[in-house]
Design a protein around this ligand. Structure first.
Ligand code: AMP
Length: 280
């Protein structure tokens, strides 16, 4: 695996290893890698000749400075993990190179998509995501880019970004990778205390049980809220039932509409995010 710490180095490496017609698959990450990230790399390896993975803790997508400060960083282990899945190139840029003028330059318009859920809870978050993903796409010029369904709203935002700016990569959403006990893998999980970690699988258990309930939409929301809040270590930030394409709130079940349940639960200062398809 080749390592690039600057855009110039990255371009140099790509030029050296890429043969004519080779496709590039790209996996952007913020590091502290786990099997969820590695699944994206493996998929990219299957579908492309060259896999580039970036590790960059993007400051502009953090609305909480404390969260940015405490975001786990473990570069050596990340490099070993990427090597273990035969990633070809890892791009680890400096903040100064990604943001030479300090702040983001473009104001993105994602409409309703950025007004709900994570957009409403974390002001500016998707502007930061749009800024960094567009920059990375412009630098890496991938044919395909891989994102996890765990951050489903982010995936839709990136699809919208790609359409609006006519960016070339095909955006590929990949299944959520879970721990054996059902907890969605996340870099933030390692910040859970052992008691929080042992309770955290409750979130996915509730989502799975929600799928089995025969309740109207509003009653199901209340049911989930009640189930989460009975756990004294958890505080529900939101549970939304929304259309899988537009993220508009669903008021009434409709067989022709793909409904998803989106949840964020706070355990102490850790925010855990998950989702489930409801009507399949
Ligand atoms: P992050 O490093 O958290 O910014 O995540 C980088 C990419 O990995 C994003 O596209 C995430 O959606 C994806 N990802 C994170 N956790 C998981 C998971 N448990 N399963 C699948 N994809 C994931």
């Amino acid at each position: 695996m080749k390592l690039a710490n600057s855009i110039k180095e990255l371009h140099h490496i790509i030029k050296a290893v890429r043969r004519e017609g080779d496709s590039i698959g790209f996996v952007p990450t913020m590091g502290a890698l786990h099997n969820g990230h590695l699944a994206l790399v493996k998929r990219s390896k299957l579908e492309n000749n060259i896999c580039v993975c970036s590790i960059f803790v993007n400051p502009t997508q953090f609305n909480n400075p404390e969260d940015l400060k405490k975001y786990p960083r473990q570069m050596e282990q990340d490099i070993r993990l990427l090597e273990s899945v035969n990633c070809d190139i890892v791009f680890i840029p400096e903040t100064e190179e990604m943001y030479p003028n300090g702040e983001p330059e473009i104001l993105f318009h994602f409409g309703e998509l950025e007004k709900v859920m994570e957009g409403a809870d974390r002001p500016g978050h998707f502007q930061g995501v749009g800024t960094i993903v567009k920059k990375l796409f412009d630098i890496v010029e991938p044919h395909r880019a891989y994102f996890g369904n765990k951050d489903y709203q982010q995936l839709l935002i990136i699809k919208s970004l790609t359409q609006q700016y006519k960016l070339s990569p095909k955006i590929i959403g990949c299944d959520i990778v879970r721990e054996n006990d059902g907890l969605a893998m996340s870099s933030r999980n390692q910040r859970l205390s052992s008691i929080q970690r042992s309770e955290a699988p409750h979130i996915y258990s509730v989502l799975k049980a929600a799928k089995q309930q025969q309740l109207d939409v509003e009653s199901l929301k209340l049911w989930v809220a009640q189930k989460i809040n009975t756990n004294s270590l958890m505080e529900l930030s939101y549970f939304e039932i929304s259309d899988a394409e537009t993220l508009k709130s669903i008021i009434k079940w409709d067989k022709n509409q793909r409904a998803m349940g989106f949840i964020v639960v706070n355990m102490g200062e850790i925010r855990l995010i998950d989702n489930i398809e409801l009507n399949i």
